[in-house]
Every structure is written in C-alpha cells, then in structure tokens.
Design a protein around this ligand. Structure first.
Ligand code: 6PG
Length: 226
C-alpha cells in the first residue's frame, strides 16, 4: 500500500482528478479505452466536479460503479445520480459507455444483471474507492461476505439504505490501479485498524500492484502531510 497525505481535501481532490486523467491517457494510448470504476459517498463528489471541467477523450471512457444503493432510478442518494449530476451529464461520454447498476430492480436481480454486464470485461484500469468509519469500502461491510460471485447482493447494510449491490473484493482487485480517497477525522479509527492489520473489508482489496491510499491530514491523524 502506498500512503499519501494531503494538507486539505481540496488538494487531495485536485491531485485525484489529475491522477484519473493521467490513467485515462495511459490506458487509451495502450489499449484504446479506459475502464474506470466509480465510488459513491461524498468524498469523490468534488473530484467528479473537477473532471466535468477537464478535457479528455471522453468517447474512450467506459464507466462502471463499485456499488449502488437499491433506490428508484433517479433517486438523489444513488451513486450513479451523483456522478451524472456533477460530471457525466456535462461531458460527451456516450450514454452507452456508462454502465450503471440497475439497483432499482432489487439487490438480487440487479446483482445478477450486473454480473452479466461485467462478464467478459477484463481488468479495470482504475478503481476508485472510499473508506467508511467502520472500515467498509464500496458496499462491503464488516461481518458480511466480501467474496463469492463478482457482484454481491447486500440486504442488511448498516449504512442506509440496507439494500445495496456491490462488486466483490476480488472483482474490485482485478484492476491495474486502485485509489482510495479518504478525508475527515471520522475515518481515523478505520485507518488505524487498517494500518494495524485488523481485518476490515478495505484490506480485502488486493490488486497485483497494491493500492494507493490518499488521505487528508484529518483522516491521517499524526502522519504529516507530503
Ligand atoms: C457508498 C460508498 C461507500 C463510501 C464510503 C465513504 O455508496 O456509500 O460507495 O463505500 O465510499 O462510505 O463515503 P464518504 O466518502 O461519504 O465518507
């Protein structure tokens, strides 16, 4: 794991947007397309807003989601709605390139459909993830399975709503790069658990190249900013 600490959320978000854009350039140059998995939650929102203003070969971007909340299509708490409103609707990404999780169908049906959608899709280029106060990532929660099929139905998430769909830890780990974006002092306990080797769900994300863990000083605690 490679940890980087930023002095404030804004500098982390600016660097994350640059990192996402650079990964896109490299993937498109090497393979002609860019498979990016989006995180939900609040931390990435400003990153996505920065991407809305960037120049990129948008028609080569293929967007996936690491997890989704089982709410009606268009519900503002959905991760895909957030990504669309702050970013995707403002750039010329072809709608067919955005692969939302059909969570409005209920967790079991949506998980099966998304597994079908991902079948035959190779490794992701970049997976974005957040970290919850309890050590969860995507919708992989403590005490619940993180493995099994590539896409899991979640029925009792402690963070609302309880019904969710998530990629498994193994599928999220099939990625050239994985970037965790973590801000706020409420994350410090989960980070301490992670650093001390406790079995939090975020530890289960283990891509071949390791993960990038980007923190602001509030989340990092006593480690100084770079
Ligand atoms: C979700 C997320 C979840 C999130 C973390 C951190 O749908 O809720 O995918 O895993 O990334 O809970 O969220 P914040 O960035 O809001 O703290």
């Amino acid at each position: 794991m490679n940890e980087r600490v930023f002095p404030d959320p804004a500098s982390l978000q600016a660097a994350a947007a640059d990192y996402i854009l650079e990964a896109a350039r490299a993937a498109i140059a090497a393979r002609g397309s860019y498979r990016l998995v989006l995180a939900g939650g609040e931390t990435p929102r400003s990153v996505y807003a920065r991407l809305a203003k960037a120049r990129a070969a948008w028609d080569r971007w293929l967007i996936y989601f690491g997890d989704e909340r089982c709410l009606p299509a268009g519900a503002v708490q959905r991760n895909d709605v957030m990504a669309h409103s702050v970013w995707l609707d403002q750039v010329p990404i072809p709608p067919a390139n955005v692969h939302s999780i059909p969570a409005e169908l209920g967790a079991d049906t949506a998980a099966a459909r998304y597994a079908d959608a991902l079948a035959g899709i190779g490794d992701f280029d970049l997976v974005l993830l957040g970290l919850g106060e309890d050590g969860h990532t995507a919708s992989l929660f403590p005490g619940q399975p993180t493995g099994g099929p590539d896409v899991l139905a979640v029925h009792a998430a402690p963070k609302p709503p309880p019904e969710r769909v998530t990629l498994s830890a193994a599928r999220l780990s099939r990625a050239r790069q994985v970037l965790f974006l973590v801000t706020g002092d409420n994350k410090h306990g989960a980070l301490t658990d992670w650093r001390q080797g406790r079995d939090i769900p975020a530890r289960h994300i283990s891509p071949p190249g390791g993960v990038e863990l980007w923190l602001d000083t509030n989340a990092a605690g006593s480690i100084s900013a770079t």
